[in-house]
Ligand binder design. Structure first.
Ligand SMILES: C[S@@+](CC[C@H](N)C(=O)[O-])C[C@H]1O[C@@H](n2cnc3c(N)ncnc32)[C@H](O)[C@@H]1O
Length: 287
């Protein structure tokens, strides 16, 4: 499976709302003049002119002006195509070029779109069911794969959650696509409860990645077409060098949950899932 699939009741975005960049050369897709990068937060400190990653272009119609590099990846040397450290340390979305763009498939702003390049192995862990590891070393900032599944409504996700509770099934594979959720958004699809990805019945190997309170991966929201923010991708990147064979893990709640507080409340502990990650930083519970 290379991409998530929409459930029958999730309409695709109408063609007239799809927009891509019109950059003359692939190189331009690294700069803030590329419309795909128009929503990237300005962070001048990371791209200062004259720095190894900074650059200046000529804009013929408006005279000289600076074009800041805004794309998420390293553009030179052995780390080409790996996420820059500042992006990696952030929880900001990643914007990439896509099908509606005029740039070529060699555009440097198409990393997640090209899919997994790393061989993954599913293996039986001692105490957490199946887990995932790579048979090759992975570098900090390297893209691993996407989390894929069936894209379903919040209502259907809640129905499945309730069902799984009744069935006493312990494994949960639901992921909310809530990175751009905003009650004040002009896009009604971003105002309501977010769509969710369910990896239980259809997915790829990443559905087997376990949680750790001290993880080696992080999930980033990756956007192709800006009209599809409500169905953004979930892209795994390594947040440190990972030697081959080490179990791949990410933080299921990534610091945005109050489960740490709940874990100290004995009344709530009985409803929480105990964490078996075994790290020194273990918070005791998954959620
Ligand atoms: C997305 S699945 C991961 C794959 C799962 N191990 C399997 O065999 O299918 C998530 C489930 O794995 C288990 N799990 C993942 N990380 C865990 C951890 N650190 N401690 C305990 N259970 C964990 C929980 O049952 C959780 O609901």
């Amino acid at each position: 499976m290379e991409n998530s699939i929409r459930a029958g009741d999730i309409e695709p975005t109408k063609k007239e709302f799809l927009t891509g960049c019109e950059c003359d050369t692939d190189k331009e897709c690294r700069y803030n003049s590329c419309t795909c990068l128009q929503d990237v937060e300005d962070d001048s400190s990371d791209y200062g002119n004259g720095s190894s990653d900074g650059a200046e272009l000529t804009d013929d119609s408006f005279g000289y002006r600076f074009h800041k590099k805004a794309y998420a990846y390293h553009s030179h040397g052995p780390r080409t195509g790996h996420l820059r450290s500042k992006v990696l340390a952030s929880r900001n979305p990643i914007y990439e070029c896509h099908d509606s763009c005029v740039c070529s498939s060699n555009c440097p702003s198409r990393v997640v779109e090209k899919g997994r390049k790393v061989p993954l192995q599913i293996f039986r862990t001692a105490n957490r069911g199946w887990g995932v590891r790579s048979t090759v070393d992975i570098k900090k900032g390297q893209f691993l794969d996407k989390y894929m599944g069936e894209i379903i409504t919040a209502q259907e996700a809640n129905r499945r959650r309730a069902q799984s509770h009744i069935a006493q099934r312990k494994d949960v594979y639901l992921f909310a696509l809530d990175k751009f959720s905003n009650p004040d958004s002009f896009d009604e699809r971003l105002r309501g409860p977010p769509l969710e990805v369910d990896g239980e019945f259809v997915s790829g190997p990443t559905r087997f990645i376990n949680h750790s309170c001290d993880p080696n991966l992080r999930i980033f929201a990756r956007v192709g077409d800006h009209a599809d923010k409500h169905i953004h991708d979930l892209a795994f990147f390594a947040i440190r060098d990972i030697p081959r064979g080490e179990e791949l893990t990410f933080d299921y709640v990534d610091g945005v949950d109050d489960s740490e507080m709940d874990a100290r409340d004995p009344a709530k502990q009985k409803d929480m899932a105990r964490c078996l990650c075994g790290s020194k930083k273990c918070r005791g519970y998954l959620w």
